[in-house]
Design a protein around this ligand. Sequence first.
Ligand SMILES: Cc1cc2nc3c(=O)[nH]c(=O)nc-3n(C[C@H](O)[C@H](O)[C@H](O)COP(=O)(O)OP(=O)(O)OC[C@H]3O[C@@H](n4cnc5c(N)ncnc54)[C@H](O)[C@@H]3O)c2cc1C
Ligand code: SF4
Ligand code: SF4
Length: 1005
Amino acid sequence: MIPALDPQAVLDPQYRDYLGALKGAGFQGEVETRYGHRLSLATDNSVYQMLPQGLLFPRDADDIQLALRLAQNPEFRELTFSARGGGTGTNGQSLNRGIIVDTSRHMRRVCAVDAEARQAVVQCGVIKDALNDELRPHGLFFSPDLSTSNRATLGGMINTDASGAGSLVYGKTSDHVLSVRAILDDGSELVTAPWDAEARAALTGRARELAESVLALCQEKQGLIEARFPKLNRFLTGYDLKHAYNPDTDILDLTRLLCGSEGTLAFIVEATLDLTPIPDTRVLVNIQYDSFDSALRHAPQLVAAEATVVETIDATVLNLAREDVSWHTVSDLVAPQDPAQAERFDGINMVEFAGDADEVEGKLIALLAHLDSGDNGAVLGYKVCRDAASVGRVYAMRKKAVGLLANAKGARKPLAFVEDTAVPPEKLADFIAEFRALLDGEGLQYGMFGHVDAGVLHVRPALDLCDPADERQLKKLSDQVAELTRQYGGLMWGEHGRGVRSEYGPAVFGELFDDLRRIKGWFDPDNRLNPGKICTPLHSDDQLYPVESPSRGAFNRRISPQSREEYERAIRCNGNGLCFNYQVDSPMCPSYKASGDRVESPKGRAELYRAWLRLLAREGVDLAQYPPRPAPLWQRVRNQFSNEVDFSHEVHAGMLSCLACKACSGACPVKVDIPTLRAEFLHHYYGRYLRPLKDHFVANLEDTLPLQARFPKLVNALSQNRFSQWALKSVVGYVDPPALSVPTLTERVADSQPATLAELERRLARASTEQRQQMVLLVQDPFTSHYDAALVEAGLTLLSKLGFTPLLVPYLPNGKPQHIKGFLDRFRRTAHKTASALNRLARFEVPMVGLDPALVLTYSDEYVTVLKEERGAFEVEVLQSFLARHLARWPARATTGRAYRLMGHCTENSVRPTGATEWQQVIGHFGGELKTVNLGCCGMAGTYGHEVANLSRSRELFDASWAPELAREGGEPLSSGYSCRSQVKRFGLKTLRHPLQVLLELLDA
Ligand SMILES: Cc1cc2nc3c(=O)[nH]c(=O)nc-3n(C[C@H](O)[C@H](O)[C@H](O)COP(=O)(O)OP(=O)(O)OC[C@H]3O[C@@H](n4cnc5c(N)ncnc54)[C@H](O)[C@@H]3O)c2cc1C
Ligand code: SF4
Ligand code: SF4
C-alpha cells in the first residue's frame, strides 16, 4: 500500500498566529492554510514555483484593509503580502512565500456603469470578458485586449499594464484607467486622480506625502526619464514615471505609477475605467504566406494600411493549432484550401479593420486590391471574415496559441521566459532573424507569433527544467535575449511584465533604477508588498528574486523519469489558466465554476497530483516502476480510523469533487486529463483506505443490470418506492435511481436480433460480402440499453429505414463506471474482455456504432490508456459520424421547417467537437433544422449526480447552464447523452428526445 504522506509544510509561527488573529478580528473572507490549497497558488504560467504560507480570499476592500492594519502590529511586521488575480502571469508576478491575497474569488463586482460618460467602476477581481459582457448592452467595451481575457482580472491587467491585439488603436490598460482606489501597506486608503496644483494642495496624510515626493522626483529627473524610458508602444511595468507627471499641464497622476506596479506598491481594490464604443463593423483578413519571414516583412505595409490589428503566426504554432479540437472551426478561415498552396503555407498575418462601416469597407477594398495585384509573391492567398462569429472563432484560436505551444511532444516543453520581447516595429523582422539564429544555434525548438504592429514577439523555446543543464541554459538565454533587445532599443519584458525577471531592471534603467527604488520605499518602506519583484526600497538589503529561482522543473526532478513520463498528464500542466474560463457555457471545468476554488480545477488537481508523486518519491515509492500492492482488509480498516497526517486525503478530496466529465482532456490546450489521473489515484488510495459502499454499487452496476433486466417489474417495484429510495440514499449514498425499461430491450428485439455473441458471429460469417456491406453493428451501452431501451430499438429501426441491416451486438459491459471509481484492475479485465469481443467482430469489417457519446469515446480513450497495444484495432463510432459519412446514399429532402436545438454533451463537445456538426448535417439533409448549443456540464456526468454528496452541486450546475437554455424558446431541445437526458428528466421535468428519434420522425414525414 502507499505510505501516509506528511508534506512537512508546517507554518511559520508568525504566520500561523497572524492568520489565527485575523479570523478573530472579523475578517469576512476565507483564510486557508491547507498544503494542497497553498500549492494551488504556488504556480502561475511561469516556470517558477513558490509555496506561500497562507492564502486570504477577501470579501471586499474592508477585508484587505483589516488584514494590512493587523499586520502593522509589531509581532507581525515581518509578514509579506502579494495580491493575486487570475494567476495567469508568465513571470511569477503573483507568486511569493508569504501571504497570497486572492481577490478573484469574491471581489468580482462591476459596481457602476455610466454609459453616457463612458465609464465603469469595477472591483479588482472582475474578469475582463465578464466586464465586456456587462458592457455590451450599453454598446461599450473595455478595449485593451489580452489572450487570457476569459480568466485574467482587472486587478492583474492594471498591475501588469496588459495589452494585446489592437494596442496601436486601443492602447494599454493604463491608457484607460481613470483612477484607482488602493490600500497602502499600513491599511490606509489612497484614491488617485489626475491632480493639479490645487488638488495636490488639498491632499492630506500619505496621499500628500506620496504626491509631493513623486512630483519632486519627476520634476528633477524629467530629462533622464525622457532619455531612459524606451520609445515603444508597450510599457515595461514598474514604475511609469514617464506618464506620472506632465510638466506642460502640471498634472500629477499616481494612477500611472500604480498601473504596472505588479502589486509592489499597493493593493488596488477598485478602478474607474474609461470605455470605448463597440465598433460598428469589424472585418478580418487572414493572409497566407510561404514563410513566417515573408509575413513579418509584409506587416509594416499592413500597418500602414491603417489596420486596427496586425498579428502574425508562424507554421509551428499553426501546426499545433491543427491538432487542437477547435481547429475544425477555423481551418477554412485560416489555411489555404488548395492543396498546392497548403503545401507551401508557412505563416499568416491576421489583419483587422474596425470602425464605421464605410471607412472599414474603403480600407478593405484598398488592401484587397493590393493583395490581388500580385506584387507580393510570398502571399499565397487570403480569406475575409465579415461575420462576428467567424472573427470570434479566429481570435479564439489565436488566443489559445500560447497555450497550444506547450502541447509539443517530448520532455522539453515550450517555456515562458523570453516570450514577450518588444522592439520598434520597423526593426522586428531583423530582430527576429537574430533571435532565431540564437535559438537555432542552441538547437532549440520554438514557435513564434506576435503583435507585429507593436513590435511584440511571442516565443517560447522548449526546455526541460528537470534537467539541470537546461535550467542553466534558461539563464544563459535569458541574459542573451535581454542584451539583444537592448541592442535593438527594445525590452525583454515588453508585454507580460517583469516578475522574477526583475534583475534586468538596473541595466534598462541605469541611474534611474535608484529612483524606482525610492518610489518603492515611499509606498512600501518595509518591502512587504510582493517583495522580490520590480525593485527593493533604496536603503534595504533585501534582494530581488533571481532568474534562477526554484522552478517547477526542480520540484518535478524529484519524481523518477519513469513516473514523470507515465503521469505526464499532470506534469504537463503549465498553468496557463484556461481551465478558469468564467463562461458558464464553456465545458471546462464544471467543478471549478461551481465552487470558485482553484483546487477544484484541472490545474489545482494537476498540482495536487504532482506534489503527491513527489512526496511518494520521497518515501521511496515510484508508482510507474514499483506500484505497491493494496493492503489487506484489516489494515485498511486500521488506516481508515487512524489520525495520521496524510496528504493523500487532500488529493482525495480534490479528486472527489471532479465530475470526471473529461472536458479537460479535450479542452485544455495541453490535454491535462484529470479523470485518468483520478482513476489511478483512487486505485492506490483505496489500497490503503476503505472504499465507500456506493463505489462498489456503481462499479457493479454494469454487471448486475442484465440480471436485473430479467425481472424488470420486480426490480422497479423494489427500487422505485419511497422506502427503498430512502434506504439507498441513507445506506449507500445514492439517489434517484432510474427505473428499468419495460418492456426490456431483449423483449423488444428478441425475434430479430442475435441472443449471443456466438450467434452474431455465425450470422456475420454466413453473410456474403455484399450483405455485410449493408450491415451495421449497434454496440450497446449499459445505461441506454437498460434504462432507455426504446431508444436502442429506435436506433435499429432508423438504420433499417435507411437501408442498412442493423445487428445488435449482445450486451458487453463498457467498464466506464469501474474506471471512474478507480477499480482499475476490474476495469482492465472488463476492457480486455470487451475489446477482444469487439476485435473478433471487427474481423468482419462491418461498421460498429454506438448511441451514447461518452461511452463510445471510452473505447478510444480509456481502453487505449489501460490496454495499450492489447486493445487491438476495433473501432466504434458515434451514430451520427457514421451517418454523416454515408449521406450521399440518400437524396437530400426539402426543408420541413421543423427546428431543433442540440444541447451538446460536454464530453463530446470537448473531446470530439465535430459530433454536434455531424448531427446538424444529418438532420439538415433530411429536412430538419438543427442548431447546436454549447453548454457546460449538465451536472449528471455518469453517476456523479446520483451521489448524495454531489446532489446540490449537480443541481447548481444544471441551474447555471442547462435550465436557462431549456427555458428558452426556439426549436425542440434534444440531447444525445443518456446522463444529460436523465438529469433533465429529474430537474427539468421534461423528457428530451435523442436526435436519432427526430431523424426517424423526419424520415416518416
Ligand atoms: C496564455 C497566456 C497568454 C497571455 N497573453 C497576454 C496578452 O496578450 N497580453 C498581456 O498583457 N498579457 C498576457 N498574458 C499575461 C497575463 O495574462 C497578464 O499579465 C494578465 O494581466 C494577468 O492578470 P491576472 O488577473 O491573471 O493577474 P495575476 O497573474 O494574478 O497577477 C499579475 C500581477 O498583478 C498583481 N495584482 C493582481 N491583482 C492585484 C490587485 N488587486 N492589486 C495589486 N496588485 C494586483 C499581482 O501581484 C501580480 O504582480 C498572457 C498569459 C498567458 C498565460
Ligand atoms: S490544466 Fe490545462 S488549462 Fe488548466 S492551467 Fe493546466 S494547462 Fe492550463
Ligand atoms: S473532468 Fe471535468 S470536472 Fe474533472 S477536472 Fe476535468 S473538466 Fe473539471
